[in-house]
Design a protein around this ligand. Structure first.
Ligand SMILES: *Cc1c(COP(=O)(O)O)cnc(C)c1O
Length: 491
């Protein structure tokens, strides 16, 4: 008998033993008939590498193995199971039609070495997607090749460096607000720029006076996230851009939060020179788990010559790939980027249309503001300013009874919800960052808010319940640092 023999109920209440613990001597997953050729001694074939002792492998039947991994898969939380309110991540439900499109044989089975004449349809799709994204952002040209948001940043900063170099001096510094995503300073540093941190104001926004103070002829660019990592619109973006442009600098926009702007703001019109967007946040590719993504980059005309190669060119009805571009930063990715992700984005944009995308933004903003309004008062709002697609609370009120952000997050699991992003952005102590996205109903958001309010009440009245959560999971409070630093890989 093993676990599979005795397992009866479903759901995550059961701890799943390892395959080694489930092993039963003599069980087999397959059976071969007798060979119809003479047997040979494997030692003759393999020589000294042939193992003399038996390998210590688990002994299981095929059905044991299939059920073990299927049960494990049910322990995984996903967007297809329920609300996934991770702030700064845009974990929205992705329509299945986008997957369906990406798996069509004509797309999924093209080979990257095929002759250009045989992939005209794929190139037409990419070319159209570039134009759509350029239109959404108000940029003049777009490259689809970067594989992630951070890769888009790297591509954008390389273009900024190439632009300044072509003018005779790459410059030395990049200005980055203290609220920025950690990838921003990393991208600037990889491109050999010194990072100058700009202090943000009372709403976590970039203060034009601070930019003025630091802006000089050594500054290559400013990187501004809009809306910023607190979910707040950079209302002085144009003013900041003018200050930077007046001293010959460029303006980079981290557009990973495009879910808050689509259909409402075209960054190219308010002074942005280069921006990336995350197709795996806004445009129907699931985000997380380290899966493939895409971080296309839009540029204005002045930066167009520096775009990575190849550039898709349309002449008449024919598409070709242009490799010879003297000012280009070169290739940033093999072949055609993460092509499947690009097909999903194309399908999503076609399905939604301009009005649909605008409505998605409107609902994403409405949902975030609804959650903010319901939780305000029960949770501290360190930056109580009008928000767009997400809202950031802190644990300041719950701290009074010794309850911290991590406890609130763990307790939410007892209520059946995936916790929001915690301890980010770094400028908020004990941050709880909630991004509901547009795909959630009011009913579900109400249940989530009810759970958060109940936890706030518990934190006041019975704080030990919250501090020791989760109570319903079969593993309760894990030593997460210990698990990461000294993993025990049991065998
Ligand atoms: C998600 C995000 C990034 C990084 O995107 P990746 O695709 O994970 O590399 C950068 N900036 C902001 C503001 C983000 O939200």
């Amino acid at each position: 008998m093993n676990f599979s023999d005795t397992y009866t109920s479903c759901g995550p209440q059961n701890e799943e033993p390892t395959v080694f613990e489930q092993s039963v001597a003599g069980r087999r997953g397959f059976a071969f008939g007798s060979p119809d050729v003479p047997a040979s001694d494997p030692k003759d074939t393999f020589g000294p590498v042939f193992r003399t002792a038996l390998a210590e492998l688990p002994e299981l039947s095929e059905v044991d193995v299939a059920r073990h991994f299927t049960r494990l898969s049910t322990l995984n939380y996903s967007k297809d199971i329920g609300l996934y309110p991770l702030g700064s991540c845009t974990m929205k439900y992705n329509p299945k039609v986008a997957n369906k499109a990406a798996s069509l044989a004509g797309f999924a089975q093209t080979h990257p070495y095929q002759d250009v004449s045989t992939i005209q349809g794929n190139l037409a799709l990419l070319h159209t997607l570039q134009n759509d994204l350029a239109k959404i952002c108000g940029m003049d040209a777009v490259t689809l090749w970067p594989a992630a948001g951070s890769h888009g940043e790297l591509t954008g900063i390389l273009m900024i460096r190439a632009y300044h170099t072509s003018k005779g001096n790459p410059r030395k510094k990049i200005l980055i607000p203290d609220s920025a995503h950690g990838t921003n300073p990393a991208s600037a540093a990889i491109c050999d720029y010194e990072v100058v941190q700009i202090k943000s104001d009372g709403c976590g926004l970039v203060d034009p006076a601070e930019v003025e103070k630091h802006m000089d002829a050594d500054v290559a660019a400013i990187m501004v996230t809009n809306p910023n990592t607190l979910g707040i619109f950079e209302k002085d973006f144009k003013k900041v851009a003018d200050i930077v442009h007046s001293k010959g600098g460029l303006v980079y926009c981290d557009g990973a939060n495009l879910n808050a702007l689509m259909g409402y703001v075209k960054m190219g019109r308010i002074g942005c020179d280069v921006m990336h967007m995350n197709l795996h946040k806004t445009f129907a590719t699931p985000h997380g788990g380290g899966g493939p993504g895409a971080g296309p980059v839009g540029v204005n005309m002045a930066l167009e010559p520096f775009l990575p190669t190849p550039v898709i060119v349309k002449r008449g009805d024919k598409y070709s790939l242009e490799e010879k571009r003297p000012l280009s930063i070169g290739r940033v990715r093999s072949f055609f980027g993460n092509f499947g992700v690009l097909v999903r984005a194309y399908a999503y944009i076609r399905e939604m249309g301009g009005e649909g995308l605008t409505a998605a933004t409107r609902l994403a903003v409405l949902n975030a503001n609804y959650v903010k309004a319901r939780l305000k008062g029960a949770y501290d709002l360190p930056y109580d300013c009008p928000v767009l697609h997400e809202c950031v609370f802190s644990d300041a009120i719950q701290n009074k009874t010794g309850v911290k952000t991590i406890d609130i997050a763990k307790r939410l699991m007892d209520y059946g919800f995936h916790p929001p992003t915690v301890y980010f952005p770094l400028i908020v102590h004990g941050a709880i960052m909630i991004e509901p996205t547009e795909t959630e109903s009011k009913g579900l958001l109400d249940r989530f808010c009810d759970a958060m309010l109940e936890i706030a009440k518990e934190a006041k009245e019975t704080p030990e319940i919250v501090r020791n959560a989760p109570h319903k999971a079969f593993r309760t409070r894990l030593d997460e640092v210990g698990a990461a630093r000294e993993p025990c890989l049991k065998a």
